[in-house]
Write a protein that binds this ligand. Sequence first.
Ligand code: ADP
Ligand code: MG
Length: 263
Amino acid sequence: MAKQIAIYGKGGIGKSSTASNVAAACADEGYRVTIIGCDPKSDSSITLLRGRRIPTIMDLMRQGVDIREEDIVFDGYKGVKCVEIGGPEPGIGCAGRGIIVAISLLKKTSKAIEDTDLVIYDVPGDIVCGGFVAPVKKGLVSEAYVLTSGEYMPLYAANNICKGLSRLEMPLNGVICNSRGAPNEEAIVSEFAKEIGSQLLAFIPKDVLVQTCEREGFSVVEKEPGSAIAAVYRKLARSIMTKSDARVPEPLDDARLRELTKI
Ligand code: ADP
Ligand code: MG
């Protein structure tokens, strides 16, 4: 049975960059990987495909065409299977419902979810939207990771995600810090992880290489494998593949969260 993980976090915090670099690092280690972008931005797999945008399942469904595997599953870096669910039309439709319908279509047409070692769901960070709950409720996700920096807003979102996970009784496998360069960031995120009953799995430094490689259509793992940040992604990938320490998180109250950002 494939490991099925979801990476949660506030919009713009670095979920897609982390997901695609972890996917590339796992592919380097010989794992068969599938990445499923569930965010309407549909940019989860773009750096595994040399900058190419692939059609989204939702767009194809809206066109009413007969969908085959080769229309929605694309081979990226070292054979990583790339799928983009896409999003509902702004203002109408529900992302959660769309994700469920799209994934059942994917399962019907392709073995990309079953016949693999790791499935990474890159999910939207907005907790109030159905996109968050759908993959968990449908039993598609067996491991959850939350990505945050040490700033208040992303931590607030991370804590909210933990509220959601706790309500769904979904265990959290770890917290990942994607640094924004805020003071004391590693200590803050590490303390947050500890207080919610989890652990800090990785501290990803802020590095312009992530952006320059992304602009050219690559992950840093592919384009700059010798860089320090590529080594950080490889280490994170290894701990995702080997560790399985998970507990339902205990979210903090807002006063404590605010205090935390001041250490
Ligand atoms: P999300 O998927 O959470 O919305 P993205 O992965 O698209 O966020 O990242 C948002 C922006 O931040 C991107 O331009 C990306 O290149 C940049 N970014 C992500 N992680 C890092 C990092 N560690 N260092 C520098 N830039 C980063
Ligand atoms: Mg994204």
